[in-house]
Design a protein around this ligand. Structure first.
Ligand SMILES: Nc1nc2c(ncn2[C@@H]2O[C@H](COP(=O)(O)OP(=O)(O)OP(=O)(O)O)[C@@H](O)[C@H]2O)c(=O)[nH]1
Ligand SMILES: [Mg+2]
Length: 323
């Protein structure tokens, strides 16, 4: 199937075409670039919800509940779960599939798991492209679930339209550990597993963290929503909070979109440049030899990088300089 007819079918909302398109993206097939090119003009309409938090916090259970809530409100959904641990089974992870089977009969809900392995540092890229496919297919909401551990995972959620950080009681140490990474990206905090002891302590801990930050008059102060995803308690409130944030941040949406696309362009350029260097300038053996020379202090990394840049672009004297 050519990329263009696949694109047409994606744009028509064909479920099998969506699955195939995401597989192409996952395989880093060259055809994926053509596909993105063809669907891109039709994207930018979907509202992107990023959900992150420590492993096992109940993110998937929560997303499942949120999906049901959003469906009732008339939204159509795409869900992408980025799964670092579970064995990858051809596009769906068993646990997620079981948990999500409530929506199995619902044509308007498309659920897909993506493995973190095998993207060669391009997880954010693959996930963004998969979200584009769901966007092009006309889903009004796309939810991306990631474990908030790696920089890639955090970046994915950071550039969503709304970033939700899920925490659980009894993990005060986690809050300390996660602070630097995911605490600063939250638009909404969720304290899930509120059936457990220590939920209020967790809320207080987040509150005191927020108290250290300055919020200007009229600026959104991340609310904390208590949930129990297994029973659905608090999910309606979470949905209302998402809607409130959406309304509040409408004016700033352009800024988010710009940030997201800036991130993508920089990421893609870095990737493509390295690809070019590795394919055309330095074979693996040569690269390795250069690294060894740097380690031996025979050459410094700045000089080595400049040499590569000169070989890629011509000597700096000939390089176009910015006016
Ligand atoms: N007691 C309790 N258990 C919950 C709650 N929400 C989820 N769980 C359970 O927590 C476990 C992990 O839930 P998941 O939804 O898979 O958590 P996750 O954050 O998606 O996990 P990873 O994707 O593996 O990081 C499951 O056994 C859920 O049933 C809750 O509110 N209360
Ligand atoms: Mg999960």
């Amino acid at each position: 199937m050519s990329a263009s007819s696949l694109a047409e079918r994606v744009l028509a909302g064909d479920v099998r075409a969506m699955a195939r398109a995401i597989s192409l993206i996952e395989d880093e097939a060259g055809a994926a670039a053509g596909l993105v090119r063809d669907i891109f003009p039709q994207t930018g309409k979907t509202y992107l919800i990023g959900v992150t938090g420590p492993p096992g916090a109940g993110k998937s259970t929560l997303v499942d509940r949120l999906t049901a809530e959003a469906r009732q409100a008339g939204e159509t959904l795409g869900v992408i779960a980025v799964d670092p641990t579970s064995p990858f089974t051809g596009g769906a992870i068993l646990g997620d599939r079981l948990r999500m089977q409530a929506h199995a009969q619902d044509e308007e809900v498309f659920i897909r798991s993506m493995a973190t392995r095998g993207h060669m540092g391009g997880l954010a890229r693959a996930t963004s492209d998969a979200a584009l496919v769901l966007d092009a297919a006309g889903k009004s909401l796309v939810i991306i679930e990631t474990v908030g551990v790696g920089q890639d995972e955090v970046d994915i959620v950071r550039t969503a339209d709304v970033s939700i950080v899920v925490l659980v009681p009894g993990t005060g140490d986690d809050v300390q550990a996660l602070k630097a990474g995911i605490m600063e990206i939250a638009d909404i905090y969720v304290v899930n597993k509120c059936d457990r002891d220590g939920a209020d302590r967790m809320v207080t801990s987040i509150e005191s963290n927020l108290a250290l930050q300055h919020f200007a008059e009229g600026e959104w102060r991340p609310p904390i929503v208590k949930t129990e995803a297994t029973t659905g308690r608090g999910i309606a409130e979470l949905w209302q909070t998402i809607k409130a944030f959406r309304t509040h941040s409408e004016g700033a949406r352009g800024k988010r979109l710009k940030a997201r696309n800036e991130f993508r362009l920089r990421d893609l350029l870095t990737h493509r440049f390295m690809e070019h260097v590795e394919a055309n300038l330095l074979g693996p053996a040569e690269f390795e030899a250069l690294v060894t020379r740097i380690a031996r202090r025979e050459v410094d990394p700045y000089t080595a990088a400049s040499d590569i840049l000169d070989r890629a672009l011509g000597p700096s004297g000939q390089r176009a300089t910015k006016g």
